[in-house]
Design a protein around this ligand. Structure first.
Ligand SMILES: C[S@@+](CC[C@H](N)C(=O)[O-])C[C@H]1O[C@@H](n2cnc3c(N)ncnc32)[C@H](O)[C@@H]1O
Length: 281
């Protein structure tokens, strides 16, 4: 691949998804795009670049971009955010009028483990408290990558995937085994819906959210793109809402619209909004 091909292909990815591919990641293009080259009968990445410069290459450019996203995920990833959420949701439930749904957004949800981890917490909270069970809760999972959304909607996971991060009792209770795979029980999955959404777009069309998980995606963006995405999230977050970022991510120094919740790493609220008393450190 020539340097100009590398620059051309990585610019397409940055424009379409925000993802930055560094000069040391040429191998990633070679390996992830090999099946695409084969299918399109293209000799190499230079030939792909030439094809993408021709008219009507939009679908191919999008497919290439999606192939270059990293979709790693696991159930209850990093544990702590989910324990924080488990304590937060009953507080939010009490603070809201009956009949108002609690809305949770798993932005960049990949194959759905994050959304379903939240759904499992909801099921557990509902079993412990009939009043919470009566609360309508919506979980929206979104991603830019069509293939992972299809997997998220299917709600079926391999033995390897369910073994990562999930207690065995939770697995047995919340999933049904189908040969070597595990399907999330429909009643647990019921609050979850999955749709395509590009974080570079305007999230206001998705409505207002009480909780946003936007984890392990900002790491792929440059600072202006992080600021744009976080600014958008600040616009749709409820005044007492919570934003969860990944362990290697921060909003500090990126936007002033979001501030860390006292005493918690990786959990943010809107700048200048009052904290519910019981959640103050
Ligand atoms: C590493 S996964 C994170 C999954 C999950 N949030 C977690 O922490 O386990 C990153 C996801 O971000 C998605 N993604 C990348 N750029 C995106 C964009 N501009 N808009 C929406 N999703 C994007 C990728 O398709 C990928 O599924």
């Amino acid at each position: 691949m020539t340097p100009s091909t590398f620059a051309f292909l990585t610019e397409i990815v940055k424009t379409r998804s925000g993802g930055i591919i560094g000069p040391d990641q040429g191998y990633m293009l070679e390996t992830r795009l090999a099946p695409l080259l084969k299918r399109e009968s293209l000799a190499d990445l230079d030939a792909l670049a030439a094809r993408l410069k021709a008219p009507r290459a939009d679908a191919l450019a999008q497919e290439m971009t999606e192939l270059l996203t990293t979709n790693e995920s696991s159930f209850f990833r990093d544990t702590r955010p989910f324990e924080h959420l488990r304590a937060l949701l009953p507080e939010m439930h009490k603070a809201r009028p009956a009949g108002q749904p609690l809305r949770i957004w798993s932005a960049a949800c990949s194959t759905g483990q994050e959304a379903y981890s939240i759904a499992i917490i909801l099921a557990e909270l509902g079993e412990a408290d009939a009043s919470f069970k009566a609360r309508r809760v919506e979980i929206l999972g979104t991603d830019i990558t069509t293939a992972v959304l299809a997997r998220a909607r299917a709600g079926v996971f391999s033995q390897f995937e369910v073994q990562r991060g999930m207690p065995i009792r939770t697995l047995m209770k919340r999933f049904v085994q189908e040969d070597t795979r595990w399907r999330i029980r429909p009643e647990v999955a019921a609050p979850c819906r999955f749709e395509n959404f590009n974080l570079l777009g305007d999230p206001r069309r998705l409505g207002r959210f009480d909780v946003v998980f936007c984890r392990n995606v900002l790491i792929y963006f440059d600072v202006p793109t992080k600021a744009r995405v976080l600014g958008g999230i600040a616009q749709i977050l409820a005044p007492d809402g919570a934003l969860y970022l990944g362990a290697a991510e921060t909003a500090m120094g990126v936007t002033q619209a979001l501030v860390p919740k006292p005493g918690e790493r990786g959990v943010y609220g809107l700048a200048g909004s009052a904290e519910p008393a019981r959640l103050r450190a």
